[in-house]
Design a protein around this ligand. Sequence first.
Ligand code: HEM
Ligand code: HEM
Length: 174
Amino acid sequence: MGGFTGLMLSMAPLDQALHDTYFVVAHFHYTMVAGSLFALFGGFYYWAPKWSGVMYNEFRGKLHFWVSLISFNVTFFPQHFLGLAGMPRRYADYPAQFADFNMLSSIGAFTFGITQVLFFLFIVIPVMRGHGEKAAQRPWDAAKGLEWEVPSPAPFHTYETPPKLDETATRVIG
Ligand code: HEM
Ligand code: HEM
């Protein structure tokens, strides 16, 4: 989505109209929230068992993902329409015709924000405190890499001697 709106913005005749409007704000939040922030969430869910030695509650993780994904879209999708209708970026006040989409966007943003507080309280903190089932050495079938060759959490001084690796350099053979 962010890439597609980026393509639209890179067309100079379109960008004459869209530059400095909320369309740009929608574009870059689709890249930076859905791209970077969700990648950080993905990294947390992938490595949390390795860091902490326990599995998080998968249902809560899925709930966090879905509510975040939906509220993220509720926040930023209407901003495309605001931009197309001419609302400039970097304004806190605006004509009444923009109020409805801004309201929708705010509802999405508060939902997104509250969801992240719940993510910290009910997923991150329990994992940091070691609550949950004990994590296996390699909890994910497709996980490749040296960190999955040692117990979870990785022991202090992970390898005392340099490990011998197989030809893929992802498995320890001695
Ligand atoms: C196909 C990929 C992309 C294209 C073609 C593209 C194109 C553009 C264009 C033309 C603008 C300027 C719009 C204007 O102000 O009139 C813009 C703004 C912006 N883009 Fe992208 N973009 C792409 C991907 C990304 C990615 C991956 C990121 C970040 C992770 C990103 C972040 C931003 C930001 C932060 C701005 C606004 C900068 C400012 O504050 O003025 N874009 N993009
Ligand atoms: C869901 C969470 C987020 C919300 C609700 C949000 C909201 C906003 C709002 C309201 C603005 C000001 C728009 C304007 O008046 O022009 C803004 C600007 C911006 N945001 Fe976000 N944002 C979020 C997440 C992020 C993330 C994760 C990043 C970067 C990784 C980011 C990067 C930016 C940038 C670069 C600007 C432009 C600042 C400027 O105009 O100088 N935002 N955001």
